[in-house]
Design a binder for this molecule. Structure first.
Ligand code: TXA
Ligand code: MG
Length: 327
């Protein structure tokens, strides 16, 4: 089964087609990263703006080196610590490389990642070329963390979706720009600033609500409004149920049109269908979050209230996605 699916996916990719594949972060919409026409199909299917570059997925260090002009010691150290895994390294593009302009949105850099999902790895190995793959959702919607999420959004537009189970990480990779000094986090994720700093020394993180325009232009995923559910989303904290209800009424929503995602102070006076409990653990929370948001959209919730995450580094990627979803 596994081998046959790998073969089928690789056949389509070799033929210049686009396929949805599981990765450990979120599902990706993959195409041959060296084929300009195949990559163009990704933009068309997602409705993605041409100025947003796509991450190139590789399956060993040699393949990563082939995509970049220079492989600095810092990249080697980070790869050793975090690859395969949910970290994308932004590096300088070779002057006359094989990576077409639409992958990098015409920029001078390329984002490279070695994913840990065994299926994704097997497909890249079978193809022998790197795969360009953004998240397999329509532009600006929530990333898919299972095959059904992909089918619901873009199933009609692609010829293969490979079901590799629930994505284990659940939010998109950390994007780290190694062309700035010190390295700069363009998109926080589950590989957080402190883990990176332990390997690179200093890192610049995106802390404040006000992103610099420069950073947003370097990585359009940093734009404030992004990764949004259809319902309005707010991040709140509450001491008790009375305070939660008071806050919801203040927002002028009816309690029964409202869905609560809680991790610590669990409301009990709501309809059980309207409350999701995710353990107070950053990894578990990240893994479950998008599925809850997809579920709220499918149930036509009008307001999604998410219990505020802690401010510790482990939760920074989650806090970032919630802030964008609420923008
Ligand atoms: O976990 C992930 O990264 C998933 C899986 C499929 O690998 N992919 C993903 O891709 O989230 P996408 O396209 O949805 O988000 C990629 C982000 C965007 O914010 C993009 O702007 C940024 O990475 N990016 C890609 N290449 C870049 C580059 N050369 N310079 C700066 N930012 C870049
Ligand atoms: Mg995306």
């Amino acid at each position: 089964m596994f081998a046959a699916a790998v073969k089928r996916a690789a056949e389509l990719l070799r033929a210049g087609e686009v396929v949805a594949l599981p990765t450990e972060t979120v599902y990706g919409l993959a195409a041959n990263a060296l084929d300009v026409h195949a990559v163009a199909k990704i933009f068309q299917i997602k409705g993605r703006p041409a100025h947003n570059p796509i991450i190139v997925h590789v399956v060993d260090i040699g393949m990563a080196k082939n995509c970049v002009a220079d492989w600095p010691p810092l990249a080697a150290a980070l790869a050793k610590s975090f690859w395969p895994g949910p970290l994308t390294l932004v590096l300088v593009l070779p002057r006359a490389g094989k990576i077409p302009d639409n992958v990098t949105a015409g920029g001078a850099t390329v984002g490279v990642r070695w994913p840990s999902h065994p299926f994704m790895q097997a497909v890249i190995r079978e193809c022998g070329f790197p795969l360009a793959a953004p998240s397999a959702n329509l532009s600006n919607q929530i990333s898919p963390t299972n095959a059904e999420h992909v089918r619901a959004q873009i199933g009609g537009k692609i010829s293969l979706i490979v079901d590799g189970g629930q994505s284990q990480v659940g939010i998109e990779s950390t994007v780290l720009d190694l062309t700035s000094t010190p390295p700069r986090i363009l998109r926080p994720g589950m590989v957080h600033a402190e883990s990176l700093a332990a390997v690179c020394g200093e890192v610049q993180s995106q802390k404040s609500k006000v992103q610099s325009r420069d950073a947003a232009l370097r990585s359009p995923g940093l734009l404030e409004k992004h990764y949004s559910p259809k319902a309005k989303l707010v991040v709140l904290d509450w001491r008790d149920e009375a305070e939660l209800k008071f806050k919801i009424r203040n927002l002028k929503f009816e309690i029964n049109k409202c869905h609560i995602v809680a991790h610590t102070t669990i409301p009990t006076g709501f309809s059980a269908a309207n409350v999701s409990v995710i353990p107070h653990d950053a990894e578990a929370f990240a893994r479950a979050l998008y599925a809850e948001l997809h579920r709220c959209d499918a149930a036509s919730a009008e307001l999604i209230v998410v219990e505020a995450p802690p401010e510790s580094p482990e939760w920074s990627g989650i806090a970032d996605r919630l802030r964008r979803a609420a923008a």
